[in-house]
Design a protein around this ligand. Structure first.
Ligand SMILES: [Zn+2]
Ligand SMILES: [Zn+2]
Length: 172
């Protein structure tokens, strides 16, 4: 995913919109069992201020992952937005130290977004996904998927602290 700034880098006030799509190998994003399941898409609004480029971006993809509760495979759409400030090498040469700390400095006038977007994916991904908001998960004793219905051990479950009392009551 690349954006060429050379055509308008010196025009302060100029802006442009980019819509990018790129198909990466599923393992390009490999985090806690999450892999890509669609091309990555990104929409960027880039504004040239003369001293830098201000960027508003939205990016995302479909991810294949495992539900944290029932362990089923699930495809989840995941999108995030971020703002960025870019400097060409030329702009960076005259920039204040403070700006250099937070801005992205481009090697040439072409910005390669791959690492940047991957970094934002990793920053924004939740610690766990669930297949649906009301997933009931697995039974802790028999492992049955409770989304398919109740298992029998659930109903017969007895608190061990009451087992002695039940014996007394039943005369065994
Ligand atoms: Zn689930
Ligand atoms: Zn069970």
């Amino acid at each position: 995913m690349k954006i060429d700034l050379s055509g308008w880098k010196n025009r302060a006030g100029g802006s442009a919109r980019f819509v990018l799509t790129e198909e990466f190998a599923p393992g390009w994003l490999d985090w806690e069992g999450c892999v890509l399941h669609s091309p990555v898409t990104a929409e960027l609004e880039v504004l040239s201020t003369g001293r830098s480029f201000l960027v508003q971006a939205q990016a995302g993809a479909e991810l294949m992952t495992t539900c944290a509760l029932c362990l089923a495979e699930t495809v989840q759409s995941f999108r995030f937005s971020f703002t960025d400030e870019w400097l060409t090498a030329e702009q960076a040469a005259g920039a204040e130290a403070e700006l250099l700390e937070t801005a992205l400095v481009c090697a040439q006038d072409e910005v390669d977004l791959d690492d940047r977007i991957r970094e934002f994916f990793l920053l924004h991904l939740p610690m766990r996904f669930t297949c649906r908001p009301d997933c009931r998960g697995l039974c802790p004793s028999c492992g049955a998927d409770l989304n398919d219905g109740d298992c029998s051990c659930r109903r017969e479950e007895t608190d061990p602290r009451f087992a002695g009392l039940l014996k007394l009551r039943d005369g065994v």
